[in-house]
Write a protein that binds this ligand. Sequence first.
Ligand SMILES: [Zn+2]
Length: 279
Amino acid sequence: MTLRSTPWTGALPVLMYHSISERPPKETAALAVTPRAFAAQMRLLKERGRTPVPFSALSPTTGTSTAGLPERPVVITFDDGYADFHRHALPVLDDLGFTATVFVTTGWLADAGPDAAGRPLDAMLTWSQVREAAAHGIELGGHSHSHPQLDQLGDAALRDELARNKELLEDRLGRAVTTMAYPFGYSSARVRRAVRAAGYDTACAVANRLAPAGTGARAGDVLAIPRLTVGPRTTPELFARVVEGAGVPRAYLRERAFTKGYAVVRRARYGARKAARRV
Ligand SMILES: [Zn+2]
């Protein structure tokens, strides 16, 4: 593996998790982290003096600047809303006094009822667990209603995916939801415009690089803030290296975590040929 690194000078790590599970189904296995590895990673953040802040701590005015944030901030995010967040992640976060941001696909929730949409990849959170997480200081963000490839939708369907997700979360939580993550981690300029029109201030993508310090306040940047994939192949050494800001080994992250993980998820949902074309 190539260890050529990007120098790090105060850039902000935004970590992306999916499932925290010992035995994930094959649909999520490429992005699942074991409960034991997750707990060790969170302890490491604590030991290294990192202070988690919610994703919404980044704003259109401050962008990814760490000014005004605690010293050595980190953002911990979870996509989709798997039930194992409640079982395995929340107790660890709670013990350490850590906040995090969970991006919820509302149509996938276990008790979505008449709002059920899309095909969840594993057991999902219930609304009461989502509310419980919020009561424990966890931020909830949007992740579309049914987890489509947003750039493939027409304008009306795109608006509906974003609006329904945001409204359901805001209704059930009784608070504003101002941040979101793109399903599959990427967006087009048209999707980003729709996200802004839907009322989101910030959104995150997947780029497997650190969010550069202080450059996010330019128009558009805060709607595609890069995150780092943490997955089953993220070794303790790599995690420590990222957290310390020693740099991100590009080849490892790009080829193993990002490409493999997303290729698998997209293939699982949409078929290999389409995924091969688009990932
Ligand atoms: Zn997702």
